[in-house]
Ligand binder design. Structure first.
Ligand SMILES: [Zn+2]
Length: 299
């Protein structure tokens, strides 16, 4: 049995796991992402130290790691990441130098899509869209059975203009993620009630708390606007939701299904699904990328 290290580098934390070749998560570690590490050196060292800590029981034969932002997966360069402060950084080379074993490099959202496409909810579809909803919202586009990124730039659906007047960090107003993300739900509820709750806690109250219901309903309504546009342009057979908010399950899918039933006319109606790997899709995707580097062995 072989094992690999899966490392998901986020804006605030690095989530890592030791994963078996059967995609079983053996051990997990989380550590803060080094701040203002514009050279990437501290991040690379931190990844090496995390890999070392993961190897208490088994050696990782390869490393798969994913980062957010615009990147060139082939050359291993992060073109730009607002959260990490990186610009044209050869992060794959830096990490390879530190961990001294095969390294696979990918995008955080597309690595989640890889997991769902290879062995999760999207496995039987040639055309699908993977949408993790958490602090932000983004999409990975699966077209003709392949994850397409248009040189690493495509899928930033969190900044689709869905028609409201809230300002976004990107400088525009009307963006999907400033109204429908988990962090936006929390912020809107705080504005209405003065009460700081997580999106999960707000969701737990929608049957008994009118404000919670309104905030949730508003988030769903704007998400449906973006889905309608995506469906009209890309005609997916399935849309798979991941990230923290996907844990809402039918509270997310049932109202979206109802709105799409009402709104779509000539378009192909996609199935709406929850990610098989839930919030772990990105981790499993990193593991798959790393396993793909290893020579296949006869069993
Ligand atoms: Zn925006």
């Amino acid at each position: 049995m072989k094992f690999v290290a899966a490392i998901d580098v986020g804006g605030t934390s690095i989530k890592a796991a030791l994963v078996s070749q059967e995609l079983e998560i053996i051990e997990t570690i989380s550590a803060p992402t080094p701040r203002e590490d514009f050279s990437g050196i501290e991040t690379a060292r931190s990844i090496a130290s995390i890999v070392h800590d993961l190897e208490k029981l088994h050696i990782a034969s390869a490393i798969g790691f994913a980062v957010p932002g615009a990147l060139n997966e082939e050359s291993g360069v992060s073109r730009w990441s607002g959260n990490l402060g990186w610009k044209d950084l050869p992060i794959k080379e830096l990490v390879s130098n530190e961990v001294k074993r095969p390294v696979a490099f990918g995008h955080d959202v597309r690595s989640g899509a890889l997991a769902e496409l290879r062995s999760g909810a999207a496995v039987k579809y040639q055309q699908s869209i993977f949408i993790p909803i958490g602090t932000g919202i983004a999409a990975a586009l699966i077209i003709d059975g392949k994850i397409r990124s248009s040189d690493g730039y495509a899928g930033e659906i969190g900044h689709l203009n869905v028609g409201h007047d809230l300002k976004c960090v990107c400088g525009l107003s009307g963006c999907l993620e400033t109204i429908s993300s988990a962090s936006a739900i929390s912020k809107e509820y705080l504005k209405k009630t003065g009460n700081q709750l997580s999106a999960k806690e707000i969701l737990g109250r929608i049957k008994t708390d009118d404000h919670a219901y309104q905030v949730w309903e508003q988030a769903i309504a704007y998400l449906a606007v973006a889905l309608e546009e995506l469906i009209t342009i890309l005609s997916p057979e399935a849309i798979v939701f991941g990230g923290g908010l996907s844990q809402a399950g039918s509270a997310l899918l049932a109202p979206l299904n109802a709105i799409l039933d009402d709104r779509l006319t000539f378009q192909r109606r996609p199935e709406l699904l929850i990610a098989h790997y839930g919030a772990n899709a990105g981790t499993i995707g990193c593991a798959i990328m790393a396993l793909d580097l290893l020579p296949s062995e006869a069993t």
